[in-house]
Design a protein around this ligand. Sequence first.
Ligand code: UD1
Ligand code: UDP
Length: 434
Amino acid sequence: MKIAFIIGTRPEIIKMSPLIDEVDKRGIDYILVHTGQHYDHEMSQQFFLDLELKEPDYNIGVGSNTHGKQTATMLKGIEDVLISEKPDIILVQGDTNAVLAGALAAAKLHIAVGHVEAGLRSYDKTMPEEINRMVADVCTNLFFVPTEETAVNLLLEGISPQDIYITGNTVVDACYRNLKIARKSSNIISQLELEGDLLSLTLHRAENVDDRERLENIIEALLNIDNVTIVFPSHPRTVKTLKKFGMYAKLEKAPHIKIIKPIGYLDFLILQSHSKLMITDSGGIQEEAITLDIPCLTLRYNTERPETVHAGGNILVGASTDKITKNVSQILNDDAMYRRMKEALNPYGDGNASKKIIDAILDSYQQGKLEIKPPENITANNLKKLLNVDESITVAEFEAKHPEYDIDIVFDGESPRFPHPDLSLEGKSIIISY
Ligand code: UD1
Ligand code: UDP
C-alpha cells in the first residue's frame, strides 16, 4: 500500500508529522508532496528539521499568489504526481488550499481521499478555509474527525457514519511527543530574555490582517495591555500588512511588545507552555492551548473549534478592542476564572489519533474500501425515514436485526448523536437509510 501525504503550510507539516512517523514505523510505502505554499525557511524547512521529517519527494513550488492561481497550479502539479505515483490513498489535513487542490485532484482520478481534521465547520463562507474544508469533504472517502461534535456536522450533511472515524486530533500527538524533546532542546525563553508574566500572540487570519479597521482595533488593544510582556512571533503576511497600513513601527516601539520572526515548533511549544495566556486567530493554537492547559482568547467571531469554547478553555473576542482588553485583564486578575480556563478538559483526545487513523486506513485497504470504482449494483432506492425506538437495543443489534436499514443519525431528545455500535437506542429517534 502506498500513501501520498499532501502538505503545503506550517500547520500541515506539524499535524501530519505524527502520521508520517507512524507510517514510517510500520514500514508502509509513502511519498511527501509539498505544494510550496509556505516557502520561507522559518515557515517550512524549520519544521522538517524540528520534526525530523524526510525532505519532500516533490515540491510543486507554488509560492504566493491569488487563491485561484495558487489552487490551479497546485491542482495541476498534484495531478501530475498522482498519475505517475499511483498511490492507494492521499491524505490531506485541515483547510488550506493544498487540501482543496489535493482532494479534488485525487477524487477526479478515482484515488481515495483521507481527510484528517474533516468535518470542522465555522459556517462562515467568507473564510477561504471554510470553502476549502467543505469542498474537500465532498471529495473525501475516509473522514478522520477529531470529536463526536465534528462527526455530527458531517452526519447532518448526509455523510454515512461508516465513513467517519472519530480519532482525536493529531495536534495532541504532535504536542505530547515534541514537548518532551522541546524541554531539553529549546532555550527560547532565555534567548529572548523573557521575564515576568508572558502573553503570546499570533495573528494571520485574512479577515483580521487584511482588514485595516479590524487590525487597528486589535493593535489598539495590545497597546493598552500592561504589566505583561507580549511576545509576538509574526506571520509574514501580517508583517506585510502591518507595514502597509503604517502600524508596524507603533508596535515595535511599545516596550511591552516583542515582535519576533516566526519561531520553530519546539521553541513555540516552550513559549506557549511558559505563557499565562495565548491570544490568537490560529486554528491549531486554539487546540494546542487547551492541550497544554493554557487559557486562550481567540480573535475571531466564530470558530470551527467550538469544543474548546464549550470546554471552557477558549473565549471568542472578535477584533473588538474592548472585549480583548477586558478579557485579558479579567483572566490575569481573577484567579478563579484563570484556574477554570486552565483546567478545561482537552476535547481532542489522548495523543493516539495517528495510530487510529493509520489503523483505519489499513483496515479499509484490506476490505477493498480504497478502490474507488463505479457501482455494479442497480440501486433505485435511496430513501430515508424517521423511527422512534422503544425497545432495549443497541445500534449494532438494531442493524443486525434490520440488515436492510443503515442508521444515519440518532437523536437523544434534541441532541444529535453519532451512532456508535454500542449506543443504546431505547427511547431515542433515529434517521435510517433503506
Ligand atoms: C495559509 C492558509 C491558512 C493557514 C495558514 C497557516 C489558505 C487559504 N490559507 O494562510 O488557512 O492558517 O496558511 O499559517 O491556504 N508569505 C511569505 N512567506 C511564506 C508564506 C507566505 O512571505 O513562506 C506571505 C506572502 O506575502 C503571502 C502571504 O504571506 O502572500 C499569505 O500567504 P498564503 O500562503 O497565501 O496564506 P497564509 O496567510 O499563510
Ligand atoms: N507555530 C510555530 N511557530 C510560530 C507560530 C506557530 O511553530 O511562530 C505553530 C503552532 O505551534 C501551531 C501551528 O504553528 O502548531 C499553527 O499554525 P498557524 O497558526 O500558522 O495555522 P493555523 O493553525 O491557523 O492553520
